[in-house]
Design a protein around this ligand. Structure first.
Ligand code: GTP
Ligand code: MG
Length: 194
């Protein structure tokens, strides 16, 4: 999809603020600092609409980006960020869970997992949770530019095994730095919104 225009419609902290349109939505989830905002910018071909940071915990609201007046990308706050207070963590997770469980417009979730580390327990439980709610999910291994190409297969097998992805489960390597996987992420999105 060619992205002709993008705007941040709302940074929502509660359901009443979510857009009231019927446009399909794709949400991006993953641990803090895994590269969600960077992936969103990369595939929207915009440098810094979604704010990124080397400091984890940058995105703290559900950010709805409207593309071409027809599709929403939803940047979800990173989970498992220890330095956010426990009450903030609980508030985030209640907001994220209610969004994922009840949002009719949601067509699929892209779950980002860092390709340099073993998936964490939180990564594993997030995937199980999405699977339990029957939400179509694409697992994306981020920052793949940091991994030698001859190790990509190994990253895939480690992630598939740790996260209990069956053979049919969708998995892709991605880099926001060199756009590896960008076209494939778009193919997945287009298959799920049409
Ligand atoms: P929170 O909003 O805190 O949950 O983080 P996030 O998941 O949105 O991560 P963000 O996109 O802000 O990126 C975190 C850091 O990782 C930044 O310093 C990025 O520059 C870096 N980063 C993101 N994607 C890539 C990538 O593909 N390759 C490399 N080398 N670095 C990346
Ligand atoms: Mg972010």
């Amino acid at each position: 999809m060619k992205v002709n225009d993008v705007s941040l419609t709302i940074s929502a902290v509660r359901e009443a603020q979510y857009p009231e349109t019927d446009f399909p939505e794709i949400a991006f989830v993953g641990r803090s600092n895994v590269g969600k905002s960077s992936l969103i910018n990369n595939i929207m071909q915009r440098k810094k609409i979604a704010r990124t940071s080397s400091v984890p915990g940058k995105t703290q609201t559900l950010n709805f980006y409207l593309l071409n007046q027809s599709l929403y990308f939803v940047d979800v706050p990173g989970f498992g960020y220890a330095k956010v207070s426990k009450s903030d963590r609980e508030k985030f997770s209640a907001m994220i869970e209610s969004y994922l469980e009840t949002r009719q417009q949601l067509r699929g979730v892209i779950q980002l997992v860092d390709s340099r580390h073993e998936p964490s327990d939180l990564d594993v439980s997030m995937y199980q949770y999405l699977h339990y709610y029957d939400i179509p999910t694409l697992v994306v291994a981020t920052k793949i530019d940091k991994v030698k190409k001859n190790q990509w297969n190994k990253v895939e097998s480690i992630q598939r095994k740790a996260m209990h992805l069956n053979e049919a489960a969708d998995w892709l390597p991605f880099s926001a730095q060199d756009s590896t996987g960008s076209a494939e992420v778009w193919d997945w999105i287009e298959n799920h919104i049409n």
